[in-house]
Each structure stands twice: as structure tokens, then as C-alpha cells.
Design a binder for this molecule. Structure first.
Ligand code: ADP
Ligand code: PHD
Length: 530
């Protein structure tokens, strides 16, 4: 059994740091470190005052784009600078801490200004420069959160991970050996604080760690993509042997559907890592899908919690058949004896999600028989233009694929790919589509659930363009018109996930059948002619 260490890792996203910094410090970090007496490590992403799309990371990436086009980028750096200075002046009371924070902020931004100036001259921004520039978002955010903690009575220390990977470290894929290497490097980096907290339990330090673990050889965006701070926090949790990884968001946890779109959505107390990955991949961006593997292997549960409702239980992401740290056996009794098993089995699906901005690509081979390598040729072309396929269904001479095309760049790439795909056969594309995915670990044991899903869509008059069952059997997906996506989400949710409505339906069905039985019996009695 793995022993508890009393370490809790708390990851805060960019919009939470932007909107609720004092609540994070006073109601969350202070509560766990001073009231519950946990060892707390904080991992933050780059600040966003309003939305992630207008946040610091997006602005820094815009600077890289401009420099690559040999265009002016200093105005954007100035906006980032002013935003962070205003923020420091607004929240940091202690003048010494405030002055130091503003000075550090300006120095970091000056430095990347110089890197970008050099790139602009060359007309090319290397992946290494992009990483260097992007890392500043997390640096500024963590410099601020460290100052805010110290300003409000928490002893905090800023930890910069932007150079945790040595420049001569060479990998082409971020595989397990890379993560083993990184976890060891994080252990070494955090060891002084861990030792300090053991030696001085009454004078603990809270490390505030940049949620950026560059500089990755192929670039963090290529290797992990946006949202990399979840993975960074997970690796810190493994390195420090944490009891729990907490991912703090602006939502109470994982719901049966996006609560903004389905008002009746229910908060789930637990989901499995596979379910969480599928939900994120198909449109419910609750946690980066790479986060789960390393933490779960180390038997660390992940808890999604709400910064605006810290007392809520949130949602635990953990397998239902592996013991957590500090537990000898899995938490649930053997499935066959568990009453919740029957309930879950009856429910079948765990959650539903939709993903917009989908394009369906149909390719009909021009050969009479399927030519050798037809699929390989298609994927080589798609790969060349960095196009990802979310769903695929094939027959002998026909391939249908659903591709996420969220912006102009991917649309341009799609057009170029289609030109080349035409050499293989007739190609047609259908735009403005959405993927609807029903996710649930119990679904593979539940016959008829797909039938109910598609019947519900038919009842609503929604046309299904393509159907696919995920290879891992925990996902049933279909592609429909984007304009029908909310209607689809709400109607399938009501049929398959809304326990209250299901109970009402079952009750009315059982009442109806009872009434029917009584009527029939009365008829029989009448016919008896007593
Ligand atoms: N099944 C789901 N459960 C919870 N949130 C969901 C779900 N599907 C989509 N969402 C949306 O994901 C968002 C994630 O929360 P938020 O903290 O705002 O994101 P971020 O960390 O990117 O700032 C919420 O706005 C929520 O509406
Ligand atoms: N700042 C990065 C990394 C990240 O994880 O952000 P967030 O935790 O706010 O989703 C991004 O925007 O991609």
C-alpha cells in the first residue's frame, strides 16, 4: 500500500488566476495549507483576464506569428505588460513586493522582445523561440501568485520550470522514457522544499510552480498542445508523491453534459480516466487528455473542483478497480455485490458531449476494387497538412471521415489536402457539422443504448450523416448538422441521462401498465357472467 504524504497539488487555470486571485489564495491555498495543514504545491497557467482566447498565451503566440511575418509585435507586448502591471497594482498591497513584481514582469517581457526582434530579422520563429516566448505567460502568472500569497500571509516560493529540460536532451516523441526523465528532474528541483517542509512543519513553504515544462525538443505546442499546464501539474504530483491532484476550474466538476447547454445536467461524483479523456477529446474541455496516465499509474486521484465553490466535493477521476493511495483495496465492493452497480448498469451512459466546427470528408475510390494502400495514401496526405481525423467509417471503396476544422488555417490546409485527395477518387465535403458523443464505461454491457440514441435523434427530425462506435467501446458517436447540436444534446440527455425524467417515464409506464392490468381484469370479471 502506498503511504499518504499529505501533499496536495493545486492547479489553477488562466481565467481563474485572472478573475479570482484573492479567493484562490484566501479560500483555497490558505485553507488547505493552514487549516487542513496539508503540504500544498500550486501550479498555474498564464493569466487570462476574460477568456482563454484573449489571454496571455494567445497574445504571446500572436507575437510569434507577427515576428515570423516580419511584422510589428511590440504593441502586443505592451498590452501584456500593462495588463500585468495594472494587476500587480490592483492586488499587491505591500509596496516592496509590488515594486519587485513589476520589475520582474518588465524584465521577462524585455527579454522575449529581444528574442522576437532577432526572429523578425530572420523572418522565422523556431519552435524553441516559441517555447521561450510562451513560457513567459506562466512565469508572469506565477510571479504574481507568489507575490499575492506572500502579501496575504502564506510563505510561498516561485519555481520556474522553463529550463527543467537540458538543451542537449533529444527526443522525437514524448514517450514514457521522457516522462520518467522529467519526473526525476522535477523531484530534484522540488526536493529542497519537500525537505524544508519535513524539517519545519510549522513553517511550511508553498511552491508556486510555472505550469510550463519546456523547452521540449519538438516544441510544447506540437508535443502536447494548448492546455499543457494540466499535464505539468500531473507530473509535479507524481514527482512529489502527492495524495491528490486538484484541478480547479470555474465549474463544479464533470457533469452529465455541458451545464451551459443542458440546464438539467447532473454533477458526477466520479468518472474513470478513460471517460474523462473521451469527454475532453469530443468537446467537453474539462481536463487535458494527457493528464491522466502518469498520475493514475502512481495511484493519485484527480479531483476537479470549482474556485467559486471550494467546499463542493467536485468530481474524482479515478479507475473504479484500483485502490487509491492510503487504501488497501479498491473503494467499491466487488461489482456483483454493489447496489450502485445495478443502478449504473441501468443508466448505461455516463455523459454526453458535442463538438462543433466539424467537416465531413467523403472519398469514393475511383478504382473498381480497393487499391492497395488506399487508406495509407489518404492518411499520408492528411498528415502532410497536419489534419486530424476525429471519426472514421469505411466500406470497401468508400471512406467517410469527420475532421475538426476550427479556424482559417485548418480550412486552408483542408482545401490543399482535398486537391491532392481528388487523385484517389471523388471527394465531397460537408461543412458546419457537429459530433455528438455518448460516453460511458458501462455502455459496452448495455444493449440497445445506441438504438435509443439514434431513435431519439430521428424523433427530433435530426438527420445523421455518419455513425461510429469508438474502438474502446465506451463511446458511441455520430455526426449531425451543427445547428441541431443543442437539440440533440438536450433530447438525448433527457432520454438517457436525466435520472429524474427517466424515473418519471418509468413511473408513468408502470402506472400505465398497472391501470391496463386492472382494466383487463375488470373486463374478464364482466365476461364471467356471474
Ligand atoms: N461535461 C461537462 N462538465 C463540466 N463542464 C463542461 C462539460 N462540458 C463542457 N463543459 C464546459 O467546460 C468549461 C470548463 O470550465 P472552465 O474552468 O471555464 O475552463 P478553463 O479551465 O478553460 O478556464 C465550462 O465552461 C463548462 O461549461
Ligand atoms: N496557458 C496555456 C496552458 C494552459 O494549460 O492553460 P489553461 O490551464 O488556462 O487551460 C494555454 O493557454 O494553453
Amino acid at each position: 500500500m502506498l503511504q499518504k504524504t499529505d501533499w496536495v497539488i493545486q492547479k489553477f487555470g488562466g481565467t481563474s488566476v485572472g478573475k479570482f486571485p484573492t479567493q484562490i489564495v484566501d479560500e483555497i491555498i490558505k485553507f488547505y495549507s493552514q487549516v487542513l495543514n496539508n503540504n500544498v504545491a500550486v501550479v498555474c497557467s498564464a493569466r487570462s483576464s476574460y477568456t482563454k482566447a484573449e489571454g496571455t498565451t494567445s497574445r504571446l503566440l500572436k507575437c510569434c506569428d507577427l515576428a515570423a511575418q516580419e511584422s510589428e509585435f511590440h504593441d502586443i507586448i505592451e498590452i501584456i505588460s500593462q495588463d500585468h502591471i495594472d494587476n500587480a497594482e490592483r492586488f499587491i498591497q505591500n509596496p516592496v513586493l509590488q515594486t519587485k513584481l513589476i520589475e520582474d514582469t518588465k524584465n521577462e517581457l524585455n527579454l522575449i522582445g529581444k528574442y522576437l526582434e532577432a526572429s523578425k530579422v530572420l523572418g522565422e520563429v523556431s519552435t524553441r523561440t516559441i517555447d521561450l516566448v510562451m513560457s513567459v505567460g506562466e512565469k508572469l502568472s506565477c510571479l504574481f501568485m507568489t507575490a499575492l500569497c506572500n502579501d496575504r500571509g502564506i510563505k510561498a516560493k516561485y519555481i520556474d520550470l522553463s529550463h527543467i529540460i537540458p538543451s542537449d536532451y533529444n527526443v522525437t516523441v514524448l514517450d514514457n522514457s521522457f516522462y520518467v526523465f522529467l519526473v526525476q528532474a522535477l523531484k530534484d528541483k522540488l526536493q529542497p522544499i519537500v525537505s524544508n517542509n519535513i524539517a519545519h512543519p510549522d513553517d511550511k513553504i508553498v511552491p508556486v510552480i510555472t505550469g510550463f515544462f519546456g523547452l521540449v525538443p519538438m516544441g510544447l505546442l506540437n508535443g502536447v498542445g494548448r492546455g499543457y499546464t494540466d499535464l505539468c501539474a500531473a507530473l509535479v504530483a507524481v514527482a512529489i508523491n502527492a495524495d491528490e491532484l486538484q484541478v480547479w476550474k470555474e465549474v463544479d466538476g464533470i457533469f452529465t453534459a455541458d451545464p451551459r447547454k443542458v440546464p438539467d445536467a447532473r454533477l458526477l461524483s466520479s468518472v474513470t480516466p478513460e471517460e474523462a479523456s473521451e469527454l475532453t477529446y469530443y468537446g467537453s474541455e474539462v481536463i487535458h487528455p494527457f493528464t491522466m496516465e502518469q498520475v493514475i499509474r502512481a495511484q493519485i486521484p484527480i479531483r476537479i473542483k470549482n474556485v467559486q465553490n471550494p467546499k463542493g466535493d467536485g468530481t474524482i477521476i479515478y479507475p473504479d478497480n484500483i485502490a487509491k493511495r492510503g487504501e488497501l483495496t479498491p473503494p467499491h465492493p466487488p461489482e456483483a455485490l454493489s447496489s450502485s452497480f445495478f443502478e449504473k448498469k441501468r443508466r448505461g451512459a455516463t455523459a454526453i458531449t458535442t463538438k462543433n466546427d466539424i467537416v465531413v470528408l467523403n472519398i469514393h475510390s475511383n478504382k473498381k476494387t480497393l487499391s492497395h494502400g488506399f487508406l495509407a495514401q489518404i492518411f499520408t496526405i492528411l498528415d502532410k497538412f497536419k489534419l486530424v481525423v476525429d471519426l472514421i467509417s469505411t466500406s470497401e471503396v468508400h471512406v467517410s471521415m469527420a475532421l475538426p476544422i476550427p479556424d482559417n488555417d485548418s480550412l486552408k490546409a483542408l482545401r490543399k489536402a482535398v486537391e491532392q485527395l481528388r487523385a484517389l477518387g471523388t471527394v465531397d465535403i460537408i461543412k458546419k457539422m457537429a459530433i455528438v458523443s455518448l460516453v460511458g464505461k458501462q455502455m459496452k454491457q448495455f444493449i440497445g443504448i445506441a438504438g435509443t440514441m439514434f431513435t431519439t435523434l430521428a424523433e427530433q427530425g435530426i438527420n445523421i450523416e455518419m455513425i461510429s462506435q469508438g474502438a474502446n467501446e465506451i463511446n458511441i458517436s455520430c455526426v449531425i448538422d451543427e445547428e441541431d447540436s443543442i437539440k440533440a444534446l438536450q433530447s438525448i440527455h433527457a432520454k438517457l441521462l436525466d435520472e429524474r425524467k427517466q424515473a418519471e417515464l418509468e413511473h408513468s409506464q408502470s402506472t400505465a401498465s398497472f391501470e391496463h392490468a386492472v382494466d383487463e381484469r375488470l373486463e374478464q370479471i364482466k365476461r364471467l357472467d356471474l
